[in-house]
Design a protein around this ligand. Structure first.
Ligand code: GUN
Length: 287
């Protein structure tokens, strides 16, 4: 089975649009998301454009603040301070990566946790770690869980989940979410010994390493659910054109696994849908 992230994300956006309508009617609140983009990185510009389009499509207010690539850290902090105070703004996202002269950790810490729809602030990661309510949870990890449940149903209890990758954005938070779902969780990474054998234990395998087609068919248990978080640009051996591939050898692994997310069209579309979910959540909790 191929898990169609595009379709699942579209369904999620329909549900969000209905809730946005209901929130407007019951409380007079229209959720609003402001995205801050520093510089002109082409990939970031594409992401920001897609975010704005989808934010408006679900009936939310979308704002975009563009700052020049040479904008100072202080100027960005001043902008965030204004957004933190602005009661008409429910979600604030600073597009990453930032130019080298700006310290990302300082910027993430400067967004008020109640508006941190990326879920990167220590207050939100701490709440997720502690299993406390009110956490805004990082978007890509949320998307991974929703996609795994498409194949396995809502109860993931007792499944052995192996996460390859330990980043703050994907690996660590997705491991915590899987633990919350009562999975037995293994976090593997670049120093893990016998990675193939570790992966062979997985009922749910989450690949978030950033290495093109890294996970091979003989690493995967028959029937496993494989969630591929990777987005790698590589040259097609036949056509010579650039194409996107995941962290999993899709063709090989498809033959052994029970279900797999494609790249593109798997986890990617879920990330923005979950960003909209977090913006709605922020407006409901703190609006
Ligand atoms: N750049 C690429 N993905 C993301 C994301 O999920 N959040 C932010 N803030 N920047 C990104």
């Amino acid at each position: 089975m191929i898990i169609d992230g595009k379709q699942v994300a579209a369904q999620l956006r329909v549900a969000i649009a209905e809730e946005v309508k209901a929130l407007k009617k019951s409380k007079g609140i229209t959720p609003s998301l402001t995205v801050v983009l520093v510089g002109e990185d082409p990939a970031s510009q594409v992401y920001v454009r897609n975010k704005a389009k989808q934010t408006m499509e679900v009936g939310m207010i979308s704002n975009e603040i563009r700052l020049p690539v040479n904008c100072s850290q202080l100027e960005l902090l001043a902008q965030l301070s204004q957004l933190n105070k602005d009661t008409s703004v429910h979600g604030v996202l600073v597009q990453l990566p930032l130019p080298k002269h700006i310290d990302e950790s300082v910027i993430i810490a400067a967004i008020t946790p109640e508006k941190d729809v990326d879920g990167f602030h220590a207050m939100n990661s701490g709440r997720l770690f502690n299993g406390e309510p009110g956490a805004l949870v990082p978007c890509t990890p949320q998307g991974c869980i929703i996609l795994a449940k498409q194949h396995l149903g809502d109860d993931l209890s007792g499944k052995h989940a192996v996460v390859i990758g330990r980043s703050n954005i994907v690996g660590k938070p997705v491991a915590l979410l899987l633990l919350q779902e009562n999975c037995t969780v293994t976090i593997a990474h670049s120093r893990t010994k016998n990675l193939a054998q570790v992966c062979q234990q997985a009922d749910i395998l989450i690949a978030a390493v950033g290495r093109a087609e890294f996970v091979q068919a003989d690493w995967v248990k028959k029937g496993a659910t494989v969630i591929d978080v990777g987005i790698n640009r590589v040259e097609d051996a036949v056509t010579g054109k650039m194409k996107l591939v995941g962290d999993v050898d899709f063709a090989g692994v498809s033959d052994v696994c029970g279900a797999i997310t494609p790249v593109p069209g798997g986890v990617g579309p879920m990330t923005i849908a979950c960003l909209l979910k977090n913006t709605l959540e922020a407006a409901k909790l703190y609006g």
